[in-house]
Design a protein around this ligand. Structure first.
Ligand code: ZN
Length: 244
């Protein structure tokens, strides 16, 4: 599996960058995980959007979905320019009816619902879900392919059930919107210490901190997470590629 960080800022994108968006590739199949603000622009450095095979959405906050509409426009315009890859499937929960409906667009994009019990197959990826603790319904995902696994927490406060759900993953892609001395749980987010604790308790081989805050010295997030976790900790960076 190859993971490309298309965007990693929490809330909104920094100038010239993007909020949540992650491109996963395996055996030639491409899956876009969340589609926040700025994602469509940066995605095109890595892939022609008409070549995407599927999209998976964790929740309907704009920093995870803002560019769905412009992705739909890209598919429409490219269709009229002679490029089409058929209907792009988008997997999302339907606890937000308006949000779910907005994912289907003409014949270019079609929404498919998952829930916490779902175990779905998207190309070579098998995906299971865990409900997170967040102000709106949101799901974390365990994604497996080629014998390797990723746990993407999406947005959440620390939750004990994440530990068995993410057991022994190769990569924990963990949101980290706050520093260790702050209260993140009230906002439905995690601190660097929560992320380190989760990496330690799941036995993840590697931890990438993402959904990063717009304040402070981000390197401090890494050093704080390292006080809880003995493995490799990295900050998500624009265009970073990781082979899992
Ligand atoms: Zn959110």
């Amino acid at each position: 599996m190859k993971l490309t960080i298309v965007g990693h800022w929490g809330g909104y994108p920094k100038a010239g960058e993007a909020s949540s968006g992650y491109l996963l590739e395996h055996n030639g199949f491409t899956l876009l995980l969340d589609c926040g603000s700025g994602v469509l622009s940066h995605l095109q450095k890595h892939i022609d959007p008409t070549k995407l095979n599927a999209v998976l959405i964790s929740h309907y906050h704009p920093d995870h979905t803002a560019d769905i509409g412009v992705l739909q426009h890209a598919l429409l315009i490219q269709y009229f320019l002679g490029k089409s890859n058929g209907t792009l499937p988008v997997y999302a929960h339907k606890e937000d009816t308006h949000g779910f409906r907005s994912l289907t667009y003409k014949d270019f994009m079609k929404a498919h619902a998952y829930n916490e019990q779902s175990k779905i197959t998207i190309g070579p990826f098998s995906v299971s879900f865990v409900k997170t603790i967040h102000p709106v319904p949101c799901y974390g995902m365990r994604i497996e392919a080629g014998g390797k696994s990723i746990f993407y927490t999406a947005d959440s406060a620390f939750k004990e059930s994440f530990v068995p759900f993410g057991k022994d993953v190769e990569l924990l892609l963990c949101e980290c919107n706050f520093y260790g001395n702050m209260d993140a749980s009230g906002a439905g987010h995690m601190t660097s210490l929560d992320a380190g604790k989760l990496a330690h308790e799941t036995g993840a081989k590697k931890l990438i901190l993402t959904h990063l805050p717009h304040f402070g010295d981000l390197k401090q997030l890494v050093s704080e997470a390292e006080t809880m976790y003995e493995g490799d900790v990295q900050l998500a960076k624009q265009d970073m590629e990781v082979t899992i």
